[in-house]
Design a protein around this ligand. Structure first.
Ligand code: ARG
Length: 715
């Protein structure tokens, strides 16, 4: 029996031959693969100005923001710009009903007002390198089972060789589903301070109704600052730390742009599945996404009810709710778009070409002849399991009472086993973990979440696929009430109980705690794979790897790019109108941007999603726009480009031909929600916040001239 990590369920790596502005390119190959094309589209920089490991270059102004988003450096004092929805959880955490930065907005006017954002970090890419030959040399003739171990061991060596004794974080990643390997050398900064954000009514304007849609009027930005020690090195938070002097920062260009103008986006796209087979897509839309959507909605309904009733709950659950709602709508859109855009048919065409190619030569047939059949049988064999596990995943993701007791319980178990001297050493860390978790956890919300999500699971999943403990519980008279009652008196019910328990811990009590038991069973059941599942994984890995290799040989003239995997990529294209949906009207002169006028047009006083602060409305009435207008005197809010982005790119800089910042990428559009699987050049757009809107808010709305003066604004 072997355990796998939580969360691997999302998607499978793959790739596709590139069209027009499709492609998330690896920084070290821009020079060789893309540069001529980029120049043709209008780029004025040299490749060395974009990516250079010996001198500062654009890549030094782009950071991974917290590991889940992207940010860019916009001043020589380490000011970072990212999306509002990227800073959202940090801002919510810093907020209280008395100091509600999330809903009222906040801009620091001096260094004393810059607020430490706990747990946040930013990551710089120092360099990347190719480890393909080195690792593949060791893999020749090895079995699928041996591969994983060899890759792990060699990766550890590469990491050690490049970390300079711990100065850098080094990771080796697989590309093209195990066909290639690259390593990434990073430097992390951990003292990150919150500088400013507009009120959520502006930063999240349009809420979930407008999310993933165009036309859009969201002011999706927030600001942070990197602090370092006096020598400019990363350091834990300290009041003695100073603003970091970056190697490169971006100028902000407010002169505007037109369709066809060059744009590039650099950032950290998370996951794409551009070469998922038709069978894999069928599994997603029939077996994986429907339970995911249903469980998400169940969780959202519970959380929303409590958020609406109480301000502190609203702040504590804001981040969790937004993230569940974001993927809930995304998955609905994906199913719809996959069907509407005939994605499965497109993939079948490609698979037919692959089959035709391999059938013309016997050596190809030998190497690739079984690949598609293997993949097909893999999906057939895993459909039912995926379906039931997605409901289970819904519980684990949705309810902290499902995930926390097992995690904390194991820490406490280890703590109990120590002698008293060691306990004293471990205790602060344990207490810190407890405080971190329980300060945002409301027992009444969690009880309901656990009860509702378990009820959904039991009602949808075949009895013999339920995890054992819940099979027993499901026989009780009132199942939902039974689950609801599990928390009463549990060590993990609330902060008081668990702090008491840590003072006088008892292994027997822990082992018999109802929440601990169910949490342990659930997570073990979710993460454990039996022999059959392990063999299936091996079949899949081998077949998908060979499929990609074979596909690259089927289309030898096409330039392939690897699927997104949270490594830095560059995508280039142009500002571009969306001519698709005539009934979707827009307020601007052309359908590639929106304006403040349109935003005011959508305003609904007191609404959850479309409210606006009075001051913004006053600025609009007074036409007090400063220098942040376009040629028609409008304040632009959002705009479209055809850059190829995905989740993780949020907050990425949209950079013009001269290397200046013109916007922040923040979303994709409904018409092209199938984009993570198949890029459609006619439909897929990148939705960006216009830098002029960002500056208008900082300058005119927030009067934060300190920040305006710190940035380099150019025309
Ligand atoms: N769709 C955006 C993304 O995934 C996130 C937007 C967050 N806003 C919201 N209303 N939930 O990058």
């Amino acid at each position: 029996m072997k355990k796998i990590l939580l969360g691997i369920f999302f998607s499978v790596m793959a790739l596709i031959p590139a069209k027009a502005d499709e492609g998330m390119w690896l920084m070290m190959f821009i020079h060789r693969l893309n540069y001529v094309d980029m120049q043709k589209e209008g780029l004025k920089l040299t490749p060395e100005e974009i990516y250079n490991v010996n001198h500062s270059s654009l890549k030094d102004a782009v950071v991974s923001f917290g590991g889940f988003c992207t940010g860019e450096i916009v001043s020589d004092k380490g000011l970072v710009l990212t999306n509002h929805h990227c800073g959202y959880s940090s801002v919510a955490e810093l907020s209280t009903p008395e100091h509600d930065y999330l809903n009222n907005g906040y801009f620091a006017k001096n260094p004393n007002e810059e607020l430490p954002a706990k747990g946040l970090y930013v990551r710089f890419l120092v360099r990347m390198g190719d480890a393909t030959e080195r690792i593949n040399a060791l893999l020749k003739g090895k079995s699928e089972q041996e591969r994983a171990q060899i890759i792990k061991e060699e990766s550890e060596k590469i990491e050690k060789e490049n970390s300079e004794n711990g100065k850098y974080i080094v990771t080796v990643k697989s590309f093209f589903q195990g066909n290639e390997f690259y390593y990434f050398v990073y430097q992390d900064f951990k003292d990150i301070r919150f500088i400013g954000a507009p009120p959520a009514s502006i930063g999240k304007f349009g809420g979930d109704t407008d999310n993933w849609e165009w036309p859009r009027h969201t002011g999706d930005f927030s600001m942070f600052r990197i602090y370092a020690d006096k020598n400019g090195n990363p350091a834990e938070y300290s009041p003695d730390n100073v603003p970091y002097h970056p190697q490169h920062s971006l100028s902000l260009n407010i002169s505007g742009f037109r369709p066809g103008d060059f744009t590039m986006v650099m950032g950290y796209p998370g996951t794409t599945s551009r070469y998922l087979t038709s069978y894999g897509i069928q599994q997603l839309i029939d077996y994986e996404y429907p339970p995911f959507i249903e469980a998400s909605k169940t969780a959202m309904d519970v959380v929303k009810k409590y958020m609406n009733a109480d301000k502190a709950t609203q702040l504590n659950y804001a981040g969790k709710y937004a993230s569940i709602a974001n993927y809930w709508k995304n998955r609905i859109g994906m199913i719809e778009a996959i069907k509407k855009n005939n994605v499965i048919i497109e993939k079948e065409k490609e698979e037919a070409q692959f089959s035709k190619w391999l059938n013309t030569k016997s050596d190809r047939k030998k190497q690739y002849g079984n690949v598609l059949n293997d993949l097909k049988s893999y999906y057939q064999a895993t459909n039912d399991n995926i379906y039931s596990k997605m409901y289970l995943y819904g519980i684990i993701r949705g309810s902290s009472y499902a995930s926390v007791p097992y995690r904390l319980g194991n820490m406490i178990q280890a703590y109990i086993q120590q002698d008293s001297a060691n306990r004293e050493i471990m205790k602060p860390k344990l207490l810190e973990a407890v405080t971190g978790i329980y300060e945002n956890l409301h027992p009444e919300v969690e009880k309901d979440l656990l009860a509702d999500l378990c009820s959904l699971y039991v009602s949808k999943v075949a009895k013999d696929r339920l995890f054992p403990e819940i099979q027993i519980l499901s026989q009780s008279q009132d199942f939902k009430q039974t689950v609801f009652n599990l928390a009463a008196g549990s060590v993990f019910e609330n902060k008081e109980n668990i702090l008491d328990f840590i003072e006088k811990p008892n292994a027997d009590v822990l082992q018999n705690d109802p929440l601990y038991l169910i949490s342990k069973e659930m997570i073990t059941f979710y993460t454990t794979k039996d022999e059959i599942a392990l063999r299936l994984d091996e079949t899949y890995n081998q077949a998908q790897r060979n499929f990609i290799e074979g596909l690259r040989r089927t289309f030898p003239d096409k330039t392939f790019y690897p699927d997104a995997n949270s490594t830095m990529r560059l995508t280039y294209g142009t500002v571009k109108t969306l001519i698709d949906n005539p009934q979707k009207t827009n307020d601007a002169h052309e359908n590639y941007y929106t304006t403040l006028k349109g935003m005011i047009g959508k305003y609904k006083k007191g609404d959850d999603e479309f409210d606006l602060p009075q001051k913004l409305i006053d600025l609009y009435s007074a036409k007090d726009f400063g220098q942040y207008v376009n040629e028609y005197g409008e304040v632009p809010v959002d705009f479209l480009s055809d850059n190829d982005i995905t989740g993780g790119n949020s907050g990425s800089p949209v950079i013009n031909a001269k290397g200046e910042l013109i916007g922040l990428a923040f979303d994709g559009n409904w018409e092209a929600m199938s984009g993570n699987i198949l890029f459609d050049e006619n439909l897929q757009r990148c939705i960006n916040t216009d830098i002029r809107f960002v500056l208008f808010i900082i300058d005119k709305y927030a009067d934060a001239q300190n920040l305006i003066n710190e940035m380099k604004i150019v025309k």
